[in-house]
Structures are given as C-alpha cells and as structure tokens.
Unconditional design. Structure first.
Length: 134
C-alpha cells in the first residue's frame, strides 16, 4: 500500500476535526459549570440569578470548585469568571486550529481534484456560442 500526501492530509484533517470537537465540547462543559457558579454567587449575594441552576451544572460546579467554600460568594464569583475566561480561550484556540486544518486540507488535496471542482463550478450550463441564434 502506497501512502500519498493526500491520504496523510486526510487523516491529519480528520484528527484535527475530532480534536476541535472535543475542545469545543469541553469548553461548553466548563461554561455550564461557570454558569452554575454565577447563579450560586448571585443567590449568596441575595440577588436573583440570570439563569436557573441545572442538575448538570450543579454537579459540574461541585467537582470543579470543590476547593472553594460553598458560602464564599467572592471566591465563587472569581472561580466562575476564571472558568468563563478559560472556556473562551479554548474556543479561540479551536478556531485557530480549524484554520490550520483548512490550510492543511487545501495544501494536501490533489491538484487535479481542485482543478476539476473549479472548472465545474465556473462552467456554464447552456451553450452560449450561438448568441441567441438557433
């Protein structure tokens, strides 16, 4: 079996897609925990939380913020802000990696495939040589 540049590029691109999906999923999980921590902080301060607490968010925040006292609103708020910040940076990193994956896919595609796609997208469906005469 002969390994081609296109095959290697395809496998690398597939791995990049899986990694990006995992990073984005993890960032959403961290956001759920941060949202629950924000809700707990508002409740402790006597305010009305913007969103209600969910069982999944409560479970996640209990694991992520287990070292913070459950009655310390300031520490819980700081942890929630830190988690929000980390989740945002993770999604930004995923965006940069996705651009790298697209460049990889473009660089390793067979030239004849790219040419065929470009020609088929730009060629007309009708014969335009007649200029309206039959």
């Amino acid at each position: 079996m002969r390994v081609t540049l296109q095959a290697v590029g395809t496998w690398l691109f597939a791995m990049i897609v899986v990694v990006i999906a995992g990073v984005v999923l993890l960032s959403f999980v961290i956001n759920a925990a941060a949202g629950d921590l924000h809700a707990r902080t508002e409740t402790l301060r006597g305010g009305q939380p913007e969103s209600s607490r969910t069982p999944v968010g409560a479970w996640l925040s209990a694991r992520i913020a287990s070292d913070v006292a459950p009655t310390d609103a300031t520490a819980l708020g700081e942890r929630a802000d830190a988690l929000d910040h980390r989740a945002d940076r993770m999604r930004e990193l995923a965006a940069a990696v996705s651009v790298a994956g697209l460049v990889l896919a473009l660089g390793t595609a067979k030239p004849e495939n790219r040419i065929a796609r470009a020609q088929s997208a730009s060629s007309g469906l009708a014969n335009t040589r007649s200029n309206g005469t039959v």
